[in-house]
Each structure stands twice: as structure tokens, then as C-alpha cells.
Design a protein around this ligand. Structure first.
Ligand code: G6P
Length: 612
């Protein structure tokens, strides 16, 4: 099992490439950050610089050269898969002649045998990476009098795995090469200049017009032209997508961290997800689903496929869909579903939820669903991303770029879209329950704001709880996935061991852990299941476990049980997660920062997991 979360950047054009590459790498840093490197043309030859650690270390190393007259270059930020994070293993990698320079995201699965083959043919390797075989293979094919393009094509035909490459060749100073197979790569189309990045967020502020490469496509990019061919040498005609994101959205503004900024964006995120989608009489209009509306009317079963936080949003989706649409719904970890031997019934609809639209397991599971003839839908934030393109139809989140590695605003947005989708799919779109739901949904942004306005209360409680080593998160029904998400958030940014549990299951095991050193975060808003929650909390109290509760304003029952309570406004149960998750996101944020961690870039994690 491999994970890869590196970042690629490339530039060709009128500006000085080095500073563009460094800035691009900084915006991509959330994808991986154990080492970084750049290769640029300088006076007819290619210069390379690499360093271990965050991009700022590389920036320092190249500080004196930042204004070099170089108009083409590639850069990379690495998250190690093959070989320890050191300068030698950092990208770019080159061949024996220092002619061809390659940066790579992904894994080359047959690299060992190819490396041995090349070594037997006299090639000298410096690193432990799989990537290094690529420039050597191209070099080897070039020896057989092949031109660069043919040598590249021959290389692509013998490597196996997943990849996105950016390549420059000393003999072709006016061309930047880009290749994609399973790892995302996007070309930013400029005027007299073009950009390349593994993630469109790195292009914000540079250009709004982008081309997403498809699997098996090779792009030859000059400053004025982009030519794309497939592995059969046929020309393809790419679609130019317009990015909506702007620079301000990709900057921290007055916030200390992206995570905090993104939590505070919650009310706007709900509004953006609702914009243009609520019609008169509270009908929901989802333009992206119109083309498949007839098929959707016949849906007999729903499958939700996702990973991480998106999976937890999916679990809430199951409660929503079953309650509102009455359509049986199952949620699967995409990584499990792709290998499951599942019977497929006709009229099942598969819904992928993904912030990035690039998560490898989610993509693979959607491809599997398609192969079995299912209609596939996407709830995706990144416009034009692979999952957005490969699903039959879908709904965009319009949440703007999410930069913090731990997902916060995307979760809020996904829940909002799931509510809209549930109402859309319920055949009685106009019934009174849906009416109440949508009326209440419209009130959610203001209610969220009242929670955010009291973030200092959570900060104080974070101070009190920050030194515990363990946490149990409890919830029921709609708030059970919130408990899972709250525990995940805390783990991700504070490295505290935290378990999310359905409160009813607590007595079947987790209760054994409870002691005065093991606090419980109880999500217990006032609803028709809260009495059961309160009994569970009695059990914890009886065992001396500290309790921190999230409860509904005015609910006095909790005060005698909990050591600390954070009150939230009342709403109807299906909408509670939109409110209950906010204090949990804030708690994770404050505990993480108080423990001294960089919450925007938690260790070992990455934003977009593009390899299995
Ligand atoms: C990674 C991120 C998580 C995210 C998950 C799924 O693990 O760190 O924050 O929830 O991938 O990502 P997706 O882009 O598919 O929602």
C-alpha cells in the first residue's frame, strides 16, 4: 500500500521562473513537505537545487539566484515513498548526462527490474527513488537515435504504476513536457506563458484558465502553445476549464492558520452551497443533476463512496437519505469498496464525495461502479478534477480552495449538499417535512455564527483539556458520525489518541477505558434520542470520567452530569451536525496549536491522497 502526496509545479514564459516555482511550491506544500527541489534553465544549461525540509529551506538556498534570467523550470515538494527524505532522494532527478530532469508524483511499480536492467547497461544511479529510472530510460532510448518525444513514449510504454511527470530537456530549451497517468496534473493557460501544477490551487492568482490532463496524455508546452497527444500519438483537443477561485480565498488573511480561517468560513460555505439552489416554494434545483433526473427518479439503492472526512459526511448522508428519500443507502470506505465482491443491482446510484476530486481510492471505486453499469454522481469541491469529470453528473460544493490539511469547511459544505440532494431525490419534493428542513437550513448560517462568536470559550476549554493523552467522542444517530469526525480532527492536528464511538456501543468495550484520565466529549443536543445519551453519560460519570458536553441552549439536564458544557442553538436533528461539528473543529484547532503543532500541515498527512 502506497501513499503519495507530492506536489509538482512547472513554468515556461516571460517571467523569471525561479520565484514562480518557489511560490507555487509553497502553495503546494500541504501535499507533502519532507524535501523540495527545482531545476531551471540558466545560460543554456539546467541548474538544479534541492533541500530537505519545508520549502522555506529551499527558498533560502536559492535566495541569491531568485532573479536569474530563467524562463523555464520545474519544481517538486516531496513526501517520501521510496528512500528516506534527503537531498539525493529529493526531486528533480536526472540521467547520466545531466540532460533530462524529471519530477514525479506517484509510484512506478516495476522500477526495481527496470533499474537493474539499466544498471546492467551501464547507467549510474544516485538515489533510492523509483523516479530516477525515468530520465535514465529516456536517455537510453535516445541512444537508439530516437528523438525526445519517441524516447519519452517508449519510456511510458514500459513503466507500470501511477504517475504525473514534469520534464525538461537541456536539448529542448523551449519546451516543458507533462505526462499524466492516474496522478493529477493541470496546465494553467496564460498569455505568452503557461504553468503546470499537480493541483489547481497552485495556479490561483496566476491564471483562471486550466486544462486538466487525462490519463495517458502527454503535453508539450511552449510559452505560446500547448499540444496534447495520447500514447497512440493521436492529437487530443482539451477543454479549457475556468477556475472560480481567487487569490484572497487561498490566503490566510488575518487568521493565524488556514484551519481557523476555514472553520470561520462555515456560515459562508453553507450560503455558497445553497446559492441558486433553492427555488420558490422551497423546491431544490440542482443543475448538475438535471441531465440524469429521469434515471435518478428510478433509484432503488444509494451507495456513498468516500475517504476520511468525506466518508464521515457520507455516514451522515446515509441518515439523511434514508429518512428523507426512503431510499436504502450504504456508505463504504472507497478503499474497501474497490476490492469488495459486492452484488450490483440495477438502479443503484453511486455517489462519490471528495473535496479534492482526486483521491485515488474514491476514483477507483467510482470507476468500479461505472464498470458495473451504475449511474455515478459526484459531490466534489474542485471544479474539473478527475472525479468531477469521470462521474456521470454531480453537484459542486463551491466552497473555495481548502488549504488546511485537516478538512473542516469541506465537511460543512458536503453536509449542506447532502441535505439538498436528499430533498431533491425525495419524490415528494414539496412536502411539509422538506419545507421545514429547508426553512431551518436557511437559518443555519446565523446559528453557526453565534457559535463562532464564542470561540474564546472553546479556547479556554482547550487549555483545560490539552494535556490529556486520550479522548472518547460519543454521539448517536446523526451525531455519531460527528463523534467520529471530532475524534479524527483531534488526532490529525494534536496527535492525541481519540476514539469516536456510537454512545450505545460504549458499554460493549470502550467503557473499559474510562477513568479520570480519559475524558469524554459528548455530543448531546436536545432531540428524541438525548435521554439515551444522558444515561450513557451517567455511566461515564459513575466511573469518574471527565465529561465535556455539547448541548442545546437551555437544556438544564446536562449541567449536573458534565464537567464542562458548550451550548449551541437549537435546530432539527438532521441539521444538528452542521452546528455540533463546529465546536469540535475549534477544539481540535486550539488543542493542536496549544500543544505547539503546525495544524495546517500535520505530520505524516497530506491533503490529497492520489495514490493507493
Ligand atoms: C486526506 C485528507 C482528508 C480528507 C481525505 C479525503 O486524508 O487529509 O482531510 O478527508 O483525504 O479527501 P477528499 O479530497 O477525497 O475529500
Amino acid at each position: 500500500m502506497y501513499v503519495n502526496m507530492c506536489g509538482i509545479i512547472g513554468y515556461i514564459g516571460k517571467q523569471k521562473s525561479l520565484s514562480i516555482l518557489i511560490n507555487g511550491l509553497k502553495t503546494l506544500e500541504y501535499r507533502g513537505y519532507d524535501s523540495a527541489g527545482v531545476a531551471i534553465f540558466n545560460n543554456g544549461k539546467i541548474d538544479i537545487k534541492k533541500s530537505v525540509g519545508q520549502v522555506k529551506v529551499l527558498e533560502k538556498t536559492v535566495k541569491n539566484n531568485i532573479n536569474l534570467n530563467s524562463h523555464i523550470g520545474i519544481g517538486h515538494t516531496r513526501w517520501a515513498t521510496h528512500g528516506t527524505p534527503n537531498e539525493i532522494n529529493a526531486h528533480p532527478h536526472t540521467d547520466c548526462l545531466n540532460r533530462i530532469f524529471v519530477v514525479h508524483n506517484g509510484i512506478i511499480e516495476n522500477y526495481k527490474e527496470l533499474k537493474e536492467y539499466l544498471q546492467n547497461r551501464g547507467h549510474n544511479f544516485l538515489s533510492d527513488t523509483d523516479t530516477e529510472i525515468v530520465p535514465h530510460l529516456i536517455e537510453d532510448f535516445l541512444k537508439n537515435n530516437k528523438d525526445f518525444n519517441s524516447a519519452l513514449l517508449c519510456t511510458l510504454k514500459i513503466i507500470r504504476g501511477t504517475y504525473a511527470f514534469a520534464i525538461i530537456d537541456s536539448e529542448n530549451p523551449n519546451t516543458l513536457y507533462a505526462v499524466r497517468f492516474s496522478s493529477p496534473l493541470v496546465i494553467g493557460v496564460g498569455k505568452g506563458e503557461n504553468f503546470l501544477a499537480s493541483d489547481s490551487s497552485a495556479l490561483i492568482g496566476k491564471t483562471k484558465n486550466v486544462i486538466y490532463l487525462n490519463d495517458g496524455e502527454i503535453a508539450e508546452i511552449t510559452k505560446d502553445n500547448i499540444s496534447i497527444t495520447n500514447l497512440e500519438k493521436q492529437k487530443t483537443f482539451p477543454e479549457v476549464t475556468h477556475l472560480e477561485w481567487d487569490l484572497e480565498q487561498a490566503q490566510k488573511g488575518t487568521y493565524e492558520h488556514f484551519m481557523l480561517k476555514e472553520i470561520f468560513e462555515g456560515p459562508d460555505i453553507v450560503l455558497s452551497a445553497l446559492r441558486g439552489r433553492l427555488k420558490n416554494k422551497n423546491l431544490v434545483k440542482l443543475g448538475g443533476l438535471e441531465q440524469v433526473a429521469n434515471k435518478l427518479n428510478k433509484t432503488k439503492r444509494l451507495l456513498i463512496l468516500a475517504c476520511g472526512t468525506s466518508y464521515y459526511a457520507g455516514l451522515i448522508g446515509e441518515y439523511l437519505f434514508e429518512e428523507i428519500t426512503k431510499i436504502p443507502t450504504e456508505v463504504h470506505f472507497a478503499s474497501e469498496f474497490r476490492y469488495q465482491k459486492e452484488p450490483f443491482e440495477k438502479e443503484t446510484v453511486a455517489i462519490a464525495i471528495s473535496q479534492s476530486g482526486e483521491t485515488a481510492d474514491t476514483l477507483a471505486s467510482i470507476r468500479k461502479a461505472k464498470e458495473h453499469g451504475l449511474l455515478t454522481l459526484g459531490i466534489v469541491n474542485t471544479v474539473g478534477s478527475t472525479i468531477a469529470r469521470e462521474t456521470d453528473a454531480g453537484v459542486y460544493n463551491h466552497a473555495g480552495p481548502e488549504i488546511g490539511v485537516a478538512s473542516t469547511k469541506a465537511f460543512i459544505s458536503q453536509l449542506t449538499i447532502l441535505i439538498l440532494m436528499a430533498v431533491y431525490l425525495s419524490k415528494s419534493n414539496e412536502n411539509s417535512y422538506n419545507n421545514t428542513l429547508l426553512q431551518e437550513l436557511k437559518k443555519i448560517p446565523k446559528k453557526m455564527q453565534t457559535i463562532l462568536n464564542r470561540s474564546d470559550e472553546i479556547e479556554k476549554l482547550a487549555e483545560k483539556y490539552k494535556d490529556y493523552d486520550n479522548f472518547l467522542f460519543l454521539g448517536r444517530r446523526y451525531n455519531y458520525p460527528v463523534a467520529l469526525e471530532g475524534a479524527l480532527k483531534l488526532k490529525e492536528v494534536s496527535y492525541i489518541h481519540a476514539e469516536g464511538c456510537s454512545a450505545g456501543e460504549m458499554k460493549h468495550g470502550p467503557i473499559a477505558m474510562i477513568s479520570e484520565d480519559f475524558p469524554t466529549m459528548a455530543i448531546v443536543p436536545q432531540n428524541n434520542i438525548s435521554e439515551k445519551m444522558l444515561s450513557n453519560l451517567e455511566e461515564i460519570k459513575a466511573r469518574g470520567g471527565p465529561i465535556f458536553a455539547i448541548a442545546t441552549e437551555g437544556d438544564k439536564r446536562i449541567t449536573s452530569l458534565a464537567n464542562d458544557t458548550f451550548f449551541i442553538p437549537k435546530t432539527i436533528e438532521p441539521l444538528e451536525p452542521l452546528l455540533t461539528v463546529i465546536p469540535l473543529q475549534l477544539l481540535a484547532y486550539y488543542i493542536g496549536t496549544k500543544r505547539g503543532f503546525d495544524v495546517d500541515k500535520p505530520r505524516n498527512l497530506a491533503k490529497s491522497v492520489t495514490v493507493e
